[in-house]
Design a protein around this ligand. Structure first.
Ligand code: ZN
Length: 269
């Protein structure tokens, strides 16, 4: 199923939300709260890019348009390092109450902003809020997206049915277990303890990989520069990547490469 007959595939993804997470999801714009997002841009992201370079692996960064407008040089650096830039809404919004035209506007705006920096239209999309409207998946197909990455119905990529007409889009799943936020992210309102020990999370994340390797499956890690980018967590991330790389025949690919491979080889048909 995987490229070059690799035994399993690994997709490393980073949602570079910066301040937009706090504005869009938490509806807060206090400077001290927004500073948490800013940390992702100032400290977390550069630290992660260094780790990826040292480990010689490529990843996918899902970026809201607002974040790309605010930090164009960082987006250019991610792109120059060979990582994928993918769509993550504009201001981390929940589109559930939006009309078709309002949702279309956000998707187009995100494409235009990212394309102006990278030179290519994004081919991957991750819901900023975890909410699809009845239009979302159709809009993604209309704008030429190859894959979506917000759902959790399988360990392996699968075709996500859009409606009864037979239309579908490739889903590269994520999972809460392999997401840094539930383990590490502290918040006051709503109260979330976060602050797990990296050794506890390493135990979960490495065990997930070991079974994925045995099964010949797909391992999708989702992290946020403002969360995993803290020193002690970033150190654990690098240890995990090195551990994954110590196994033979593992394909660590950008989501766009995994999607292209699956669609071109018709692996899911
Ligand atoms: Zn996000």
């Amino acid at each position: 199923m995987w490229k070059d007959n690799a035994r399993c595939a690994v997709g490393l993804s980073f949602d570079f939300d910066a301040e937009s997470l706090w504005m869009g999801v938490y509806k807060q714009d206090y400077p001290a709260v927004l500073a948490r997002g800013e940390y992702g841009a100032r400290a977390g992201l550069p630290r992660i890019l260094k780790i990826l370079k040292r480990q010689e692996v490529k990843a996918t960064f899902f970026v809201p348009g607002y974040t790309a407008e605010k930090y164009p040089l960082l987006i250019r650096q991610i792109d120059n390092d060979g990582h994928e830039i993918a769509h993550h809404g504009y201001k981390h919004e929940n589109p559930i109450k939006y009309s078709l035209e309002e949702e279309r506007e956000i998707i187009e705006k995100g494409i235009d902003i990212l394309k102006a920096i990278t030179g290519y239209a994004p081919v991957g999309y991750r819901l900023p809020s975890g909410v699809h409207t009845p239009h979302t998946l159709n809009l993604l197909l209309e704008y030429g997206f190859k894959y979506e990455s917000s759902m959790v119905a399988d360990d392996l990529p699968y075709m996500l049915k859009i409606d009864d007409s037979g239309k579908q889009i490739l889903e590269i799943p994520f999972s809460w277990e392999l997401d840094d936020a539930p383990h590490f992210m502290f918040s006051h309102k709503p109260y979330r303890t976060g602050m797990s020990s990296p050794s506890k999370v390493y135990e979960i994340w490495s065990a997930e990989f070991e079974v994925c390797y045995q099964e010949g499956g797909y391992y999708g890690l989702t992290c946020h520069p403002q969360v995993i980018g803290r020193r002690h967590r970033a150190q654990m991330l690098e240890k995990l990547i090195a551990y994954i790389k110590s196994f033979p025949d593992v394909w660590i690919g950008r989501h766009m490469d995994i999607a292209t491979h699956i669609l071109e080889t018709k692996s899911l048909d």
